[in-house]
Design a protein around this ligand. Structure first.
Ligand code: ATP
Ligand code: MG
Length: 568
């Protein structure tokens, strides 16, 4: 490709709206352009990277027996009503009506669609297992579309669904996909980690997320410094709790704590330790307002809390709702005398003796609150967030924390969807059984962004060769020197003959401008054809990753570049 004919609109300025580096660089280097919040056009360079990633994914899916198909983006509401998710999915679902008033949605995911397809086509155990996948746009009206391709409202996903006769079958599929995902992200040149994850709204049991390690990641991970335990913080379990100290129950006592609302203010005022405070948070849920109790030095893990309650929606109650339930300001809520409000106590709170809690009265707290005696929790469960430094639930060594970008997730779904949608097969004995399913997603466009997050420097992107839009850029230094130009043309043509994806930067620009663009766009290899090419038949080869420059004889150029690309 000749740069003079390529649509590669690079920008010198950092676009103001772009917070994270991948967003900035993909805009600046001319890979994407925004059309609406979370909706992007892929320019030719961006499209080439997408093709590279898609090809890797396709190869690895096919290798494990995946069969590619393409389902519609527009999905009838009836399918979602059958699975029960039409009412549950919430405002993230893009809903629309056709001219007859029939309800549809834009597919955020395709469990319903594929299960309905398979129920129509599969009837016998002889047709199983079946692994079906597609690579296609998905639509989610995210609350906060941001970070460019990282969290879009329209994005590309690879979604594979496995159909098996039983749990053993889906375990095999899960393993295959897990391994394929490791190969895919390795081939993309990413440093990643599979972590245990929460199954969330999609349902099912076993699930892992594939996390690309990056500071800009929205997910917090915990991993063990000694064993291979790794988990999303949302899911991270607790090691068995230590026995509480001996501390005989004292009579409960109300004290004045005027203006002391936060944990720190109450702790300082009463001269207690935060571990002795019962932090009470009120949440509004589809099951009514509930109170969640954790120790003063802990945080509520809302994912765990939601799972304990089995509720569909959960959000912190606002000041008015808190007053309506407790009769007091935020900061004075406590579990004693809460009436009908359901209480969920963290394990640590349940074993606390003589704790301090809000008195549900402005400016007052209770001392010597004892669970069981002074209040009753409807649920006692692990609902707190585990932090770095706490012991690993597997081996007890200290946990470490990292940030990650979720680029993929694998799920065992079991019979959740097949049962609801009536996707069954006849076994060897002619008995009807629900198909056992798994689903496996990769964010293709997010993977592109994650690759940039991990591979860049101050000058621009550093594409791993496997996903680079072009492998090489050939730059004639002086486009007014016809000999240089013709030698550069010659190198360019030789590369093309060898199948090396090359851009010839034939634009009538200064060399400095071309070098800047080359670094910004991030071609793995740059070949400079300058005065020395004419006088000494020598060209300069530079590696983007480490800036290493070598001067080599012109006739060796193809061999050298091929070797460098193999290493990259
Ligand atoms: P998140 O927790 O980040 O919102 P998710 O867990 O809801 O993602 P899945 O339903 O597991 O997403 O979708 C499979 C993959 O699709 C994710 O692992 C992620 O890589 C990608 N993905 C999900 N939502 C988006 C989005 N809004 N923009 C870009 N990619 C996304
Ligand atoms: Mg996910």
């Amino acid at each position: 490709m000749r740069a003079s004919e390529l649509l590669m609109p690079t920008l010198r300025e950092v676009p103001a709206e772009a917070e994270v580096i991948s967003h900035q660089l993909l805009l600046r280097a001319g890979f994407i352009r925004k059309s609406a919040a979370g909706v992007y056009t892929f320019l030719p360079l961006g499209m080439r990277v997408l093709h590279k990633i898609v090809r890797i994914i396709r190869e690895e899916m096919d290798r494990e027996g995946g069969q590619e198909l393409l389902m519609p983006i527009i999905q009838p509401a009836e399918l979602w009503q059958e699975s029960g998710r039409w009412d549950v999915y919430g405002p993230e679902l893009f809903r629309l009506k056709d001219r007859h008033g029939r309800d549809f949605c834009l597919g955020p995911t395709h469990e319903e669609m594929i299960t309905a397809l398979v129920r129509g086509e599969v009837s016998s155990y002889k047709q199983l297992p079946l692994y079906l996948y597609q690579i296609q746009n998905k639509y989610r009206d995210e609350r906060r579309p941001r970070f460019g391709l990282m969290r879009g409202r329209e994005f590309i996903m690879k979604d594979l669904y496995s159909f098996d006769r039983d749990e053993e079958g889906v375990a095999v599929a899960y393993r295959k996909m897990f391994d394929a995902y490791c190969r895919i992200f390795q081939r993309c040149g990413l440093t990643f980690r599979p972590v245990e994850a929460d199954a969330g709204a999609i349902g099912g049991s076993d699930t892992h997320e594939f996390m690309v390690l990056a500071e800009s990641g929205e997910a917090a991970l915990l991993f063990c410094s000694a064993c291979d335990y790794a988990s999303n913080v949302e899911k991270a379990a607790l090691p068995p709790a230590a026995q509480p100290e001996e501390n005989p129950a004292q009579p409960i006592r109300k004290v004045e704590t005027p203006g002391r609302r936060t944990v720190q203010e109450v702790v300082d005022f009463l001269g207690i330790r935060p571990q002795n405070l019962i932090k009470t948070l009120l949440y509004r849920t589809d099951q009514g307002v509930i109170a969640a109790l954790v120790r003063g030095d802990r945080d509520v893990n809302e994912v765990k809390l939601q799972n304990v309650l089995g509720c569909l929606r959960l959000e912190l109650a606002d000041a008015a709702a808190v007053r309506a339930v407790t009769g007091a300001d935020v900061g004075y809520a406590g579990p004693v005398g809460l009436g009908e409000t359901r209480i969920v106590a963290d394990l640590e709170v349940a074993s606390m003796a003589n704790g301090v809690a809000g008195a549900n009265e402005d400016g007052h707290h209770y001392l010597n609150v004892n669970p069981g005696r002074d209040f009753t929790a409807g649920f006692i469960a692990d609902i707190r967030t585990v932090r770095a430094g706490e012991p690993c639930p597997c081996c007890g060594a200290a946990l470490e924390e990292a940030k990650g970008i979720e680029v993929g997730q694998v799920f065992k779904l079991g019979a959740k969807y097949s049962q609801k949608l009536g996707c069954t097969y006849l076994d060897e004995n002619g008995q009807s059984r629900p198909v056992v399913m798994g689903c496996y997603g990769i964010g293709v466009t997010r993977t592109m962004a994650a690759t940039v997050e991990q591979n860049h420097d101050a000058d621009g992107i550093i594409w791993p060769a496997a996903v680079a839009p072009f492998q090489v850029v050939v730059v004639p230094v002086n486009t007014k020197d016809s000999e240089q130009v013709s030698l550069a043309e010659d190198v360019y043509k030789r590369f093309l003959t060898e199948g090396i994806e090359t851009v010839l930067d034939d634009r009538p620009e200064r060399a400095g401008v071309k070098f800047k663009d080359a670094d910004l766009i991030g071609y793995p290899v740059r070949v400079v054809v300058g005065a020395k090419a004419v006088t000494d038949k020598q060209v300069e080869v530079r590696l983007r990753r480490n800036g290493e420059v070598t001067v080599i004889p012109l006739e060796q150029i193809t061999g050298t570049v091929k070797m460098l690309l193999k290493e990259a």
